[in-house]
Design a protein. Sequence first.
Length: 94
Amino acid sequence: MSTGLVIALIVVGVLILIALFLVGRKRQERRLESQRIEAGSHREEADLRGARAQRAEAEAREQSIRAEKEKEAAEAHAERARELDPDRDPDREE
C-alpha cells in the first residue's frame, strides 16, 4: 500500500469521525431544545393550575366567611325567637 493511500484513508476516517460527532451533537441539541419546549409547556400549565387553585382557595375562604355570618345570623334569630316565644318556659334552659 502506498503512503499516499494510507494518508488518504486516515484523512477520510478522521473526516467521517468528525461528521459523526457533529451529527450526534446536532441531534443532541435538537433533543435538548425539544425538552426545553416541553418543560416550558409544563411550566405554563403549572402556573395556570396554580392560579386556578389560588382563586378557588380564595373563593372557598370567602364562602366560609359568608357561611359563618349566616350561621351567626341564624343563631341570633333563633335566640330572639326563644326570647319572644310566649310558650317558652323561662326557667327551662334550651
